[in-house]
Structure formats: structure tokens, C-alpha cells
Ligand binder design. Structure first.
Ligand code: ADP
Ligand code: MG
Ligand code: MG
Length: 893
């Protein structure tokens, strides 16, 4: 950046599309200003300036002068001078990043007050009490935020004065008491910083601006960004805004509101209002707020104007908005708006409502919901009954059914979660320091605060179950317990259940049932019938549209007829991965053992002959469940010794038997085989196609079972579509050998059965070498299915079973990757191999069918990648099928 850069913009100069530069708050303040809404004037210092400050440890040279110019303009517009002794202009200095980070960073109100201007303010407003209340707030916020003094010190001093006056409410303190509070606060500042509270207004402002920049890197902001995957170098903007006062008496107040219910999407009046208070009081739960609807009785003029503005904002943003406002002596001021966070349920419902209101089209509705939200809607719900006892009902702040042990501090939540416990964080109210505990907990329960309290807002953002404002509960965090109205006491460690959809709280574990969305997918709820609630109808419409626009097909990973049938109901168009290893377990293990131990061709063939009819039956049932749709059967993949007893256990058993004088020849032979087959590195050992090449007849048996099952289905009038898939191929020669054998078996069966079944023979691409030689491999494969789990293991050299527990947390902490490459495909590395293979494969064989069958097939981010590289389908577990359908639709838009 060079001189001549603009670091500061007036509210009238920006728009809502400039979030990256002005931050969300600044961009939307500008938008509202330009809509002609009553926004107090002000200016925004850009995120560029913040990035400069964080990089260079100081502000850019021109910033000081530019802030000076804008301040002068603001003073002119207001007809007042910052901190003037007789009639001071006061400002707020507010953080505001591009991505919303509610409550994570800092804001200082009433900047410009000092020992003199507090008198001027009192005279101008005609209220001493108001002026001293504002001054004590400034010292408190400034002390904590800018000077880094522990906020509890101020809280304690404040509480002490209240105690001395025999009251719990700040409203009972008069001007003299508040003057006393100011004196005590100033003493705290002196004691802890060695200097007096800064009196110079411009110095106050500049220090506050820098403190906002610094708050970008506060611990809680860093934790929040990591969780929300917000880039750590984006920086925050700073908004300097003329103060308006909600603490000027009972004809003033402050509030927050939503244009629709962020919990359910229902239309109505949602919000909280607090008379005679400044902004932060509402969220902090200092006093109990009243529902927004009550504002109508308090101040009808302000209420009507607010309703008008809210509906205007909603049509302007074409979405649910949340807002902050203040009423100063019956005059309404807008202080913030943004497209509001909402629950998964509300996201679907609102999207289709907006379509019906003509504000957005169906494409946009599909864009506005996510696969993660849909996945949340598929979580089970509580059913009444069981042994749990209902303790109380609070507010339904963020839906879901959470069961866990009650814990009363963030630290305990984190510690217990780390040792594998499920916990519910119980607090009177939460504040930003509780963030790590909220992340660790299954759910959050508070006894104070409304739907816009910190707990509610943050939990909704995280998709975490939350019940707030359960006022009947006496929460004693110091003693680590709470008491319910019926007198029962819940101690730390007791199991409770909370329902974020109804606000109910129980002692004990409540049983769960499938959600309405899952019952709809299962075909138990007809979306056109009375039974269907608004959510089901929304999901039905949005998924229907996603299905229309998507290019990617969605299949499922299923090994049983039951899973196949369910996945089909959930919208899967065939099976992308039918693993055959499960078919070798249970009773059949003894045949596998015989196969492995066979010392002659006859023994081996006998074992194979015993397995074949069992396999045939498996395939028959799956082909039936997936009639008319492709079924990709993967030939045996895992190392054979996985079907044998554990080496150590068997050694001990044999040793004990020997010591007791039992000599068992069979056991000894088994032990020898297990020892022979033991591998140091089984995932890189004898498995997949290598087994097919080394164990004569094994793959031929599986292919024969598939062919015979297909013929049988066909003769019964069915339409089987088998696709035979060879795993772990690294060289075309491996594939050719198996292919030759398979074609021979297929021809044999078809001739014998006088039946012809269309099918495909293909391979997995999961060894990096296969991706790199995909052109040659495509010569012998009619389809590729990317096995992205193994491909990720082998590309990174990560053993999945070992690394996740061992060091992935360290990698995530250090930012080496933002998300595990096993969760979301690593586009740059593993993805590159996929791209190479797609391109070479299609060049060699234009009609090559391409799919993916790793865990990534159901991951939203990865689905978008697979769409981008041009695969034909993704395959995922049955419960992820709707998620993949939705994301495939979103990827196509
Ligand atoms: P946050 O991002 O944590 O909501 P804000 O910058 O929005 O922080 O401010 C905190 C509180 O102070 C909010 O309730 C806001 O409405 C209020 N506030 C901010 N600026 C002003 C102002 N100029 N006049 C009155 N209240 C303000
Ligand atoms: Mg705000
Ligand atoms: Mg694999």
C-alpha cells in the first residue's frame, strides 16, 4: 500500500457488498444509511488498515490524518465536538469483521467522556444520573478492552456499591452513587496501569481503535475462527459511530430483533427490549428484558417505525435479518443489521417462504440451505416417556436432542469431553469466555437470557442444541449444581437431557425417535398430506429442485439388502460400493479359514465351493433391492488374515493348551498360518487385487456368484445391473490378469445359463500409481471409482487408523490443514491425482464411467469438487444420500 490509499470511508460511501473491505457491520451500516434509515452518522476504518496494523505493528502513516478529517466531518454534521466540555460529541468504537463473529471482538461505547465533559453531558441531557452512568460504562469497557484490566474487578466494585445501597438493580443507583462508582473505577485503572484514566478524547478514540485491531487476535476470536473456518488473516474493520442513548430514562431503551423466528422460521415479532439501558445490557442479561411485542405498549410510535423498517430490510436483503436498535427519548435509531443466523429448520422453512413471497426463486432457495443443515435435521428427536423426569421448561433457543452429564464450567466441559464423556454445559448465562466449553459440550443450558442471549446466538451459529432462560432453575456454578422447582438437585456429573426444540429439561436420559425429515425420507410421511409439517414440505421442495438441477448422480455404499432398500428410499440411484468382506464373517469364517489353510488345490476348491452359494444369495437379494439400478460389487479387499484369529491371543491359547498337555494339530497349523500371514503394514500388504492374483480361484468364485445371481434375477423377470470392481490396482497388468479370468468366468456362466446380463468391469483408483497411469488402466476398465480413503492415505502417507488420534489435532492447531483430509478432500494434492486420472481416463476411453466411493462422497465440500472435476456420480452411506443430493444440486448452480 502506498500513500494516497483510502483507509477510512464515511457510512454514506459504502454498500452491503463491501464486506471484505468494510466488515459486515460497516457495510450494512452504510447500506442502511443509503436506504435513508435513521442510522447515527459515522465512518469505517477498513480491514486493510487492520491487516497493515497486524503486519507492521502500527497503523499506516496516513491513517491519523484520514481519521481526523472524518472526525471533523462527523463533528460538523452533529454540531458538536468530540469530548467538548460543554456539549460533548460521544462515539462508539466498534469492531466488525467480514465474517460475523458475534461477541468475539471488542466495542467501546461513550468514548469522549472525561471529568469535564461528563458535566457538560449532564447539563445538555438534563440528567446527572445519565451522564455518570455513561461515564462509568466508558471506564468499565475501556478498562477491560483497551487497558486489559480484568473485567471482574469492575463488576465487583459495581456490585459492592449496589450492595451498600441494598439493591441488586443498577436502576436503583442515583447520580451520586454512580459518581462514587466512577471514582472507584478510576482507582482500579490507576492501580492496574500506573496511570490515570486517559482524559484526552482523541487519545481515547485512537487507543480504542487499536484495541479493536488487537482484539482480532484474542484467544476467543482465534478459537472461534478455527471452528468456523474463517481465515485468520482477514482482519476486522473499525466503525466509529455517533452515540445515541438508550439510558436516558424510561422513554429510552435498547433492543435486538429478528424479522422472523430464527428458531423455526415462523413469521412474527421476535426480539428483546430493555428500557433505560445501553446496548450491551441486553445480551449480557444484566436485567430481564421484555419481549419485543411489549414495545408497542411502551412506545407505539417507535414500535410502528421499527416494524416498517424491519419489513423494508427483509425485502431489501431478501432474507431474514437481525437488527440492533436504540430508542433515545422516543426517537428510533438503527445500530446494526445483518442477514441473521438461523437454525437448520428455519433455513429450509424461510427459503421456501421467501420463494412463495416472490422474493427469491427456487435456485436461490437451494443455494440458501446446506448439506450440513440437512444432516442436522436428520438427527433423532426425543420421545416422551422413559425414566427421565422433566425438571423445567426454558426457551427453545437452538434445536436438537442432547443428553449428557451436567458440567458447570467451560474448563470441565473441555476436560470431560477430552476423556470421552458427553456433557451439557450449564451456566446462568454464557459469555465469550465459555466458547471452548460450548464447543466441547453436546448442548448448552442457561437459566437466564432470551433467544438473543449470547448462549442462544452462538449455539445456533454452531448448530448446537441450546435451552436458555430456564429461569426456574437455581444455578450455582461455584457449588457445581442446580436446583429445580420440585427441589431436586442436579450435581456435576448427573445425566440430564435437553430439548432445544421445545425448551424441555429432564433429569436422566430421554429416549429418542427418528426426526420428521427422516420419516419423510423413509416414505412414512407424505409431503402432500396433512401429516407433513412445514419443514417436511420445504425439504421436499428444495430437494426436488436440487434433483432437477444436479448433474452428479448419487449412489450409496451398502452391503446388505436392508441398507440398499433404505438408501433407495433416500434417493440413491444404485450402489457405488458393495463391500464383500462382511459376507465372509460370522458362520462363514470357518470356510474362509479352510480356504486359507488349504494345502491342496482340492481343499481350496472345496472351501470356495462352500462359499459360493452363500455369496450368490447375498448378491441375489441386493440385486433385487436395487432392481434396475447399477450395483457395484467390490471383490474382496482386506488382508486375508483379518478373517483369522488374532496372533497374540492364539499364541497364548496354544501355549496354555500345550502346557496342560493338550496337543491340537489343527490349532498348531492355524497358528503357523496366522504367523506366516502376519504383516507389519497390512494396509500396504497382501490385499485387494493382490489377493486375487495370489489366491487361485478366489476372485473367480466371487465373479461366478455375481454372474449366477444376475442370471437368476433376470430369469425371474428382474433387471440386474452388476458392475464388478477390482480394488487396489496400481498397474494395468494386475487388472488385465483379473479381467481375463473374469471374462472367462462370465462367458462360461452366461453360456451355461443361456442368459446374457449387461454389466461393467472396472477398477478402483486408490493407489497413486493408478491415478498416474490412468490412461493405460482405462484400456482395461469400463469404469473408475475413486477410493479416496486409500488414495488419501497413500498420497499423504498417513495411516488413517493411527494418525487421527496421534497428531492430527497438532496439525489442525498449527494450521497445516484446516480440516482433516479424510473428512474433506484435499483438493490440491489428492484432488490433483483425481483430476489427472479423470483426464487421462476419459482421453483413453471417452465413455468411461467415473465415480467416487470414499467417505468423501457424502462430504459437502468434496461433492462440489467432484462436480467440478466432472465425475458422473458420488456414492456415500445411506444417511448421507440426501445430503449429497442437495450438495450436488448446489454445486450445479
Ligand atoms: P457486537 O458486535 O458485539 O454486537 P457492537 O459494535 O454492535 O458489538 O456494539 C455493542 C452494543 O453497543 C450493541 O448493542 C450496539 O447496539 C451498541 N452500540 C454500538 N454503537 C452504539 C452507538 N453509537 N450508540 C448506541 N449504542 C451503540
Ligand atoms: Mg452488534
Ligand atoms: Mg480402499
Amino acid at each position: 500500500m502506498s500513500s494516497g490509499d483510502t483507509w477510512v470511508y464515511d457510512f454514506s460511501q459504502g454498500s452491503k457488498d463491501q464486506k471484505d473491505l468494510l466488515g459486515g457491520k460497516g457495510a450494512n451500516l452504510a447500506e442502511m444509511t443509503n436506504l435513508g434509515l435513521p442510522v447515527p452518522p459515522g465512518f469505517t476504518i477498513t480491514t486493510d488498515a487492520c491487516r497493515y496494523y497486524l503486519e507492521h505493528g502500527g497503523t499506516p502513516d496516513e491513517l491519523d490524518a484520514q481519521v481526523g478529517e472524518h472526525l471533523a466531518a462527523l463533528e460538523k454534521a452533529m454540531g458538536k465536538t468530540l469530548g467538548d466540555a460543554a456539549d460533548p460529541l460521544l462515539v462508539s468504537v466498534r469492531s466488525g469483521a467480514a465474517a460475523s463473529m458475534p461477541g468475539m471482538m471488542e466495542t467501546v461505547l461513550n468514548v469522549g467522556l472525561n471529568d469535564e465533559s461528563v458535566q457538560g453531558l449532564a447539563e445538555q441531557a438534563g440528567s446527572e444520573r445519565f451522564a455518570w452512568d455513561s461515564y462509568r460504562r466508558l471506564i468499565q469497557m475501556f478498562g477491560k478492552t483497551v487497558l486489559g484490566i480484568d473485567g471482574e474487578l469492575f463488576d465487583e466494585a459495581f456490585d459492592e456499591v449496589k450492595r451498600e445501597q441494598g439493591t441488586e438493580s443498577d436502576l436503583d443507583l442515583d447520580a451520586d452513587h454512580l459518581r462514587d462508582v466512577v471514582a472507584r473505577f478510576k482507582a482500579i485503572v490507576r492501580d492496574h496501569t500506573g496511570r490515570d484514566f486517559p482524559q484526552e478524547p482523541r487519545e481515547q478514540m485512537d487507543l480504542a481503535i487499536n484495541a479493536v485491531f488487537d482484539s482480532w487476535n484474542s484467544d476467543r476470536a482465534v478459537i472461534y475462527r478455527r471452528r468456523e473456518r474463517i481465515p485468520s488473516d482477514a482482519g476486522t474493520a473499525v466503525n466509529v459511530c455517533a452515540m445515541v442513548f438508550g439510558n436516558l430514562g424510561m422513554d429510552s431503551g435498547t433492543g435486538v430483533a429478528f424479522t422472523r423466528d430464527p428458531g423455526s422460521g415462523a413469521q412474527g415479532v421476535y426480539g428483546d427490549y430493555l428500557q433505560n439501558a445501553q446496548g450491551e445490557d441486553v445480551v449480557a442479561g444484566i436485567r430481564n428484558t421484555v419481549p419485543l411485542a411489549d414495545l408497542r405498549g411502551i412506545d407505539e410510535g417507535a414500535y410502528d417505525e421499527l416494524m416498517g423498517i424491519m419489513s423494508r430490510l427483509e425485502s431489501h436483503y431478501r432474507d431474514l435479518c437481525d437488527i440492533e436498535f436504540t430508542v433515545e427519548r422516543n426517537k428510533l435509531w438503527m445500530l446494526q443489521t445483518r442477514v441473521g443466523k438461523r437454525t437448520a429448520e428455519a433455513a429450509f422453512v424461510i427459503a421456501t417462504q421467501l420463494v412463495d413471497e416472490g422474493l427469491i426463486d427456487m435456485d436461490e432457495a437451494v443455494r440458501r440451505v446446506t448439506g450440513d443443515q440437512l444432516a442436522q435435521l436428520m438427527f433423532p428427536r426425543f420421545i416422551a416417556g422413559g425414566n427421565a423426569r422433566q425438571l423445567t421448561q426454558g426457551m427453545n433457543a437452538s434445536p436438537g436432542a442432547a443428553v449428557g452429564k451436567a458440567v458447570f464450567s467451560s474448563e470441565t466441559a473441555v476436560a470431560w469431553e477430552e476423556r470421552g464423556e458427553q456433557v451439557i454445559l450449564v451456566r446462568r448465562e454464557t459469555n465469550p469466555d465459555d466458547l471452548s466449553g460450548m464447543i466441547a459440550a453436546r448442548g448448552v443450558l442457561t437459566s437466564r437470557g432470551g433467544k438473543t442471549s449470547h448462549a442462544a446466538v452462538v449455539a445456533r451459529g454452531m448448530g448446537k442444541t441450546c435451552v436458555c432462560g430456564a429461569e426456574e432453575l437455581q444455578v450455582d456454578t461455584k457449588a457445581r449444581r442446580f436446583t429445580a422447582p420440585d427441589g431436586s438437585v442436579v450435581e456435576e456429573g448427573d445425566v440430564i437431557s435437553i430439548d432445544g426444540s421445545t425448551g424441555r429439561v429432564w433429569l436422566g436420559e430421554v429416549p429418542v425417535e427418528p426426526s420428521s425429515v427422516v420419516r419423510y425420507f423413509e416414505g412414512e410421511i407424505d409431503p402432500g398430506s396433512e401429516d407433513a409439517d412445514e419443514l417436511v414440505r420445504s425439504v421436499h421442495r428444495i430437494l426436488g429442485h436440487a434433483d432437477e438441477v444436479r448433474r452428479l448422480d448419487v449412489r450409496t455404499n451398502a452391503d446388505t439388502p436392508e441398507d440398499s432398500a433404505r438408501a433407495r428410499r433416500f434417493g440413491a440411484h444404485g450402489i457405488g460400493l458393495c463391500r464383500t468382506e462382511h459376507m465372509f464373517l460370522g458362520d462363514r469364517r470357518r470356510h474362509v479359514e479352510k480356504l486359507i489353510l488349504a494345502e491342496s488345490d482340492d481343499d481350496r476348491q472345496a472351501a470356495l465351493d462352500a462359499l459360493e452359494p452363500l455369496q450368490r444369495q447375498d448378491f441375489l437379494e441386493i440385486f433385487e433391492a436395487m432392481d434396475g439400478l447399477p450395483v457395484t460389487v467390490r471383490l474382496l479387499d482386506p488382508p486375508l488374515h483379518e478373517f483369522l484369529p488374532d496372533l497374540t491371543e492364539l499364541s497364548v491359547r496354544v501355549a496354555v493348551a500345550e502346557a496342560e498337555g493338550h496337543h491340537d494339530e489343527g490349532q498348531l497349523r492355524l497358528l503357523a498360518a496366522v504367523r506366516r500371514m502376519h504383516e507389519e503394514n497390512p494396509m500396504l500388504g497382501l490385499r485387494g487385487v493382490r489377493l486375487g492374483l495370489v489366491v487361485p480361484g478366489l476372485f473367480a468364485m466371487q465373479v461366478r456368484a455375481i454372474a449366477e445371481a444376475a442370471c437368476e434375477r433376470k430369469k425371474a423377470g428382474g433387471d440386474p445391473r452388476p458392475e464388478i470392481m477390482i480394488p487396489l490396482v496400481g498397474a494395468v497388468q494386475e487388472l488385465e490378469a483379473i479381467r481375463e479370468e473374469s471374462v472367462r468366468v462370465l462367458t462360461e456362466v452366461f453360456e451355461r445359463e443361456r442368459c446374457e446380463v449387461d454389466g461393467l468391469l472396472g477398477t478402483m483408483i486408490e493407489v497413486p500409481r493408478a491415478a498416474l497411469t490412468a490412461g493405460e488402466i482405462a484400456g482395461s476398465a469400463e469404469f473408475f471409482s475413486f477410493g479416496t480413503n486409500d488414495l488419501t492415505q497413500m498420497t499423504w502417507g498417513f495411516s488413517r487408523d493411527d494418525v487421527e488420534a496421534a497428531f492430527f489435532h497438532a496439525y489442525l492447531d498449527k494450521g497445516i490443514f484446516g480440516v482433516s483430509p479424510f473428512e474433506s478432500i484435499d483438493r490440491d494434492g489428492v484432488g490433483k491425482l483425481v483430476e489427472i486420472a479423470v483426464e487421462a481416463g476419459r482421453a483413453a476411453r471417452p465413455d468411461l464411467k467415473l465415480g467416487v466411493c470414499g467417505e468423501h462422497g457424502g462430504d459437502p465440500e468434496s461433492v462440489h469438487f467432484f462436480h467440478d472435476v466432472g465425475l458422473d456420480y458420488v456414492s456415500c452411506s445411506p444417511f448421507r444420500v440426501p445430503v449429497a443430493r442437495l450438495e450436488a444440486g448446489r454445486a450445479a448452480l
